[in-house]
Design a protein around this ligand. Structure first.
Ligand code: MN
Length: 527
């Protein structure tokens, strides 16, 4: 194919991509997989052959599951130097968008290790439309095949062969560059500075917001510090109402953000700081360029766009998933206290001032139709929705009936009060003894032996070990079939369950996850 097509599609000087240069020898057989956020997100698999990179665009990305066949569209050959390309292809250029080196390493033919021999067999495979190869990268390992489909020359299938590297776990969860450790969003943000046009748009948007009639109704005053967010009351059923709006209930950490003179402080319901913990969000907020007090939820979404609480809890360690701050309320903006304005007007202003940013999102709503919205939320397996009165003022620190939450699943936070011995081949513990506060008293509400993944058992056990105490934390010791090791009631977890018995015990509680963001003392019955 050569590099002619590559050359004609691009204007060098306008794009940072490398100029075409063919390499004839030397260099080992390398492969690279680019993750490329162009018009559509896709992965580009590139194999070095005959001095260039043979390339396929894989819309859904590679899979390690041998039962999955991924479409791979053959595209133009890329120059060998493209193996090092990571960055932003500016707007107006071919393939505009950000690119990371998602994976890189060496490859060979499965039956020979010698480079020359390998290259010959690979070349034959490519010609025949049946290319078998072994990858040795940071993420992709083991044998794969690219098989040309009958319908046309360009359509191929990328298939993982059965071997010890095969797995049903999605490798795409690992979303960082194999070279720089950056995500696509990191690269996009570090890309070209705001253009003159973007700056202008931002200024106009802010000026319009300042001239807004609503802002004139809002009293001027200093921004409050360390506020507690307004909370919603749990209700059982969704409803329709012309005066209410409906938002997604995000499965993440509630987070207040103060932006003051370019300083950003983000904190939880209990004023635990998130400023350092979620630095990409802090940095994105700093770039907003105005003073504001925001209320929202920090989430990590997976590649399907679903919030994933476990990914959020592990975010600092794993970096997996996409970190986002969904902002749903604007409490203070450029010296104006907006908490007394009707919610809908606060949200209109918020929408006006929030620029489109990869990390900061406006949490949108639907009007009136709560039941329809709830059905969609439940079908998608999401946590639930929040109904808010469209004219409501913001009442910091209050659990209000102007904000209602409807859960798609029945869940309860519990304080872990003890555990039982493991049995039947399991390690660490058998079940957890669960409790919650009723007024000032810790009450037993059941025990759960299900829902734990192998790794949960160890993590939980290690957190409980230092809390072990002789004394039962309940006033009246509950009756149990097996002896219980009591712990200091500190660690909070969340369970799903099917209902309450008349004695206030949960039916069939199943462990969901730890909730280390919640203090034990605040765990009460959720309705
Ligand atoms: Mn591409």
């Amino acid at each position: 194919m050569g590099l002619r097509e590559y050359k004609t599609k691009r204007k060098f000087g306008k794009t940072p991509e490398p100029e075409p240069k063919e390499r004839t020898e030397g260099d080992q057989l390398i492969f690279v997989v680019h993750k490329h956020a162009a018009r559509n997100l896709h992965y580009d698999l590139r194999l070095k052959m005959d001095g260039v990179l043979k390339s396929w665009a894989v819309p859904k990305g590679p899979s390690l599951d041998p039962s999955i066949k991924r479409l791979a569209m053959m595209v133009e050959d890329h120059p060998f130097d493209y193996k090092d390309f990571e960055g932003v292809i500016p707007e107006g250029n071919y393939g505009a968008g950000s690119v990371i080196i998602w994976d890189r390493g060496f490859y060979r033919h499965p039956s020979v290790k010698d480079k020359k021999e390998s290259e010959k067999l690979l070349r034959d495979g490519l010609k025949k439309g049946d290319l078998k190869f072994v990858l040795n990268g940071k993420k992709l390992q083991g044998e794969f095949a690219l098989v040309r489909m009958r319908k046309d020359e360009k359509s191929w299938l990328l298939i993982k062969k059965k071997d010890r590297h095969a797995s049903e776990v999605s490798i795409l969860k690992e979303n960082r560059s194999a070279v720089s450790g950056k995500t696509l969003e990191d690269v996009a943000e570090a890309g070209p500075r705001e253009s003159f046009k973007q700056k202008k748009v931002k200024q106009i948007r802010l000026r319009e917001a300042l001239e807004d009639e609503d802002l004139k109704d809002a009293p001027v005053g200093p921004m409050p510090h360390n506020i507690k967010p307004m909370l919603a009351t749990l209700v059982k059923k969704p409803f329709d109402h012309p005066d209410w709006i409906f938002e997604m209930k995000w499965d993440g950490y509630r987070a207040i953000a103060e932006i003051r003179d370019g300083d950003v402080s983000i904190y939880s319901r209990n004023r635990i700081s998130f400023t350092q913990k979620f630095l990409p969000i802090t940095d994105a907020l700093r770039k907003l360029g105005f003073d504001a007090l925001l209320d929202g939820e920090i989430v990590v979404v997976n590649d399907q766009g679903h919030p994933d609480f476990e990914m959020l809890q592990n975010y600092q360690k794993s970096g997996s998933g996409h970190l986002l701050y969904y902002v749903f309320d604007l409490l203070h903006f450029r010296e104006h206290d907006l908490t007394g304005l009707p919610l809908l007007r606060r949200k209109e202003l918020l929408k006006k001032i929030l620029p489109s940013s990869p990390k900061i999102k406006f949490s949108d709503h639907v009007l009136k139709e709560g039941i329809l919205f709830f059905n969609v939320v439940r079908e998608k397996g999401l946590e639930g929705m929040i109904a808010k009165h469209s004219q409501s003022a913001y009442q910091a620190g209050k659990r209000s009936r102007q904000w209602l939450k409807v859960k798609a699943r029945l869940t309860q936070e519990c304080v872990i009060a003890g555990f039982t011995e493991p049995g039947g081949g399991r390690k660490y513990f058998g079940s957890l003894v669960l409790s919650m506060y009723d007024e000032d008293e810790l009450k037993y509400i059941g025990h759960s032996g299900g829902g734990f993944e192998e790794k949960d058992l160890k993590v939980i056990f290690n957190k409980l070990k230092p809390l072990i105490q002789k004394k039962c934390p309940f006033k009246i010791e509950p009756e149990t079939n097996t002896p219980v090791t009591w712990v200091k009631p500190e660690l909070v977890c969340e369970v799903t369950f099917t209902g309450w018995t008349e004695d206030g015990i949960m039916r069939q509680p199943v462990f969901l996850r730890l909730r280390e963001d919640k203090p034990a003392r605040e765990v009460v019955k959720e309705n």
